[in-house]
Design a protein around this ligand. Structure first.
Ligand code: PLP
Length: 393
């Protein structure tokens, strides 16, 4: 892919690019928006009749906030969750008409800007409630928000003491239009964990105390816990991007992102010679190495070079293991066992994608797929494919 040069057609005053010329880019992230939209549709099936929102914090888990937001909106998504006001402002510019919540709440001092961009905070303590009430006074009208109750994660959200106060004294909420009551599960990816049922039982009376608000408890893995956990609105993130919600169980979602890096150089290394910082890798015979154009600054973790389970890339129809330490911008892989000529300078190697799964990379790096995706970062040339992407351009 990507090698097709623009073609000038004789007699026609136009240039056709059969596919974009990717040759200038050293690292490419291909985002399949059709797969994203399919995962959204799958989430809808799994969530029964509940509304499916889109969680697009952290630049849509590294996939591009505006592009992902527009694709989800075209698939019918009307409610979005970002982390904070900065992300909210970016999404608002792309999507004027949707509902946007900030799941990290109301940052001190952010109230006015929240209002400017028509964002709704997930209020999780009385200080935030008080700040949003003051914003409502400035606005001269009630302002919508979610109330976030902690039911066992012990992170954000009203603790038991503040929850009792809010439930007992509704005047605390004067000027706030409670559009949503929510909580967040700690262990949804472990379906048998006792905390799931405990959080559910704690959430029920809270939900009942706000009959005119909508209610939300489930992230991606929470959707799979069954209808009891769905309430009015579910909040998938990871699943929309193709992540497997529960380790060891079949993944109902499709892969969305593929990360590739270019071969910059191929070299022979004589037996006994080392490669890379620290000279941790040594050739045991005459070996061939391919130097790829990504490193830890591109989210290719140094941990993927550890001796006890090194990472591998897919290149020229074969796998090649990481050889030696990962550098900031460079990665060296051993292509000695790949037939000569199959790997050439300028080729692309798959780092994460259909042949090297997100779970594999995460496991070998000692982390989770969420961290792999959100670490890929902005050094990749992002390429959007699929009917949604085509319809936009
Ligand atoms: C990130 C987040 C989600 C999405 O979780 P996934 O496991 O990615 O589906 C849902 N709700 C809240 C409050 C979050 O912070």
């Amino acid at each position: 892919m990507g090698h097709d040069a623009p073609m000038n057609l004789p007699g026609l005053d136009m240039t056709i690019s059969p596919s974009p010329d990717l040759s200038p880019y050293r690292a490419i992230l291909t985002v399949d928006l059709d797969a994203l939209v399919a995962n959204y549709a799958r989430s809808r099936e799994l969530a029964g009749g509940a509304e499916v929102s889109g969680v697009v914090k952290a630049d849509a888990y590294g996939h591009g906030l505006a592009q992902v937001g527009r694709a989800l909106a075209s698939a019918g998504c009307k409610t979005f969750f970002v982390a904070d006001v900065t992300e909210g402002a970016t999404l608002r510019a792309a999507l004027p008409g949707v509902v946007i919540y900030t799941s990290s709440g109301l940052t001190p001092g952010a109230g006015a800007e929240m209002r400017t961009h028509d964002l709704r905070p997930c209020l999780g303590n009385l200080a935030e409630v008080e700040a949003w009430r003051r914003e409502a006074e400035h606005a001269g009208s009630a302002l919508p928000a979610a109330l976030h109750f902690d039911t066992g994660l012990n992170r954000l959200g009203f603790d038991d003491r503040e929850a009792s106060r809010v439930l007992a004294d509704r005047s605390l909420l004067a000027g706030i239009d409670v559009a949503l009551v929510m909580s967040h599960l700690a262990c949804a990816d472990e379906p048998g964990h006792a905390l799931n049922a405990r959080q559910l039982e704690r959430f029920k009376p809270i939900r009942a105390a706000f009959p005119s608000a909508r209610a939300s408890l489930a992230n991606t893995a929470g959707i799979l816990l069954g209808p009891d956990y769905h309430f009015d609105l579910v909040r998938p993130g990871y699943g929309l991007y193709g992540g497997a919600p529960v380790e060891g169980q079949p993944n109902p979602f499709r892969l969305v992102a593929k990360a590739e890096a270019r071969v910059l150089h191929i070299r022979e290394v004589a037996a006994g010679e080392s490669s890379g910082y620290g000279a941790t890798w040594t050739a045991d015979r005459s070996q061939r190495l391919a130097v790829l154009s990504v490193g830890y600054a591109d989210g290719y973790f140094r941990a993927l070079a550890s001796a006890n389970g090194a990472g591998r890339v897919y290149i020229g129809g074969h796998y090649a293991p990481v050889a030696g330490r990962v550098s900031m911008d460079l990665l060296t892989v051993d292509v000695s066992d790949i037939p000569e000529g199959r790997v050439r300078r300028g080729d692309l190697a798959e780092l994460v994608g259909p042949h090297v799964s997100l779970d594999e990379v995460a496991n070998r790096a000692g982390t989770i797929g969420y961290e792999v995706l959100t670490s890929l970062g902005e050094r990749y040339k992002r390429l959007y494919t699929g009917a949604v992407a085509t319809a936009e351009s």
